[in-house]
Design a protein around this ligand. Structure first.
Ligand SMILES: [Fe+2]
Ligand SMILES: [Fe+2]
Length: 159
């Protein structure tokens, strides 16, 4: 299942909601109780949702943060971790979801993405709350959500 087309009031709530949904998908992806054919579908949805979340986040959350000197380093680090997750997902697309190598990568990406989300929620939110105004946060949320919805559909179709 693809993740929620959120309808939250601030970009913080939207991001938190999407993190929650992505965590659930990762649990299903790495659970040994998930049948192989289901795992394949879960991976496709996870890949589309994660890439859409990361892309929309870079455009409408990281980008305004990095315009502030205080936020430059944190936003850069976050984008670097997106790149790492993207590379792992691209590797996984070439592997057999029934195989051991696929599961090893699935666990690795899960660990990295969990760490990344935690850092975002603690470190990046702390910085963004200092540098972004309330009206900016509201406007960015609208832009984030609509770009996320568009990208998720696009990536889900592309596979
Ligand atoms: Fe992120
Ligand atoms: Fe995120």
């Amino acid at each position: 299942m693809l993740i929620r087309e959120t309808n939250m009031a601030t970009i913080y709530d939207s991001i938190l909601e999407h993190h929650e949904d992505l965590k659930n998908l990762m649990k299903e992806l790495t659970s040994t109780r998930t049948p192989t054919d289901v795992r394949e579908k879960v991976f496709k949805d996870f890949a589309a949702s994660l890439e859409a979340h990361a892309g929309a986040e870079e455009r409408f959350f990281y980008s305004p943060i990095l315009m502030h000197d205080e936020g430059l380093e944190k936003a850069r680090h976050g984008a670097y971790e997106h790149e790492e997750a993207h590379d792992l997902i691209e590797d996984m697309k070439k592997l057999d979801p029934k195989g051991k190598a696929f599961m090893t990568k699935a666990k690795k990406v899960t660990k990295e993405v969990r760490h990344h989300m935690e850092e975002e929620e603690k470190e990046i939110f702390k910085t963004s709350k200092k540098v972004l105004s309330d009206s900016e946060v509201k406007k960015l949320n609208e832009q984030y959500v609509s770009d996320f919805i568009r990208l998720q559909k696009k990536y889900a179709k592309k596979g």
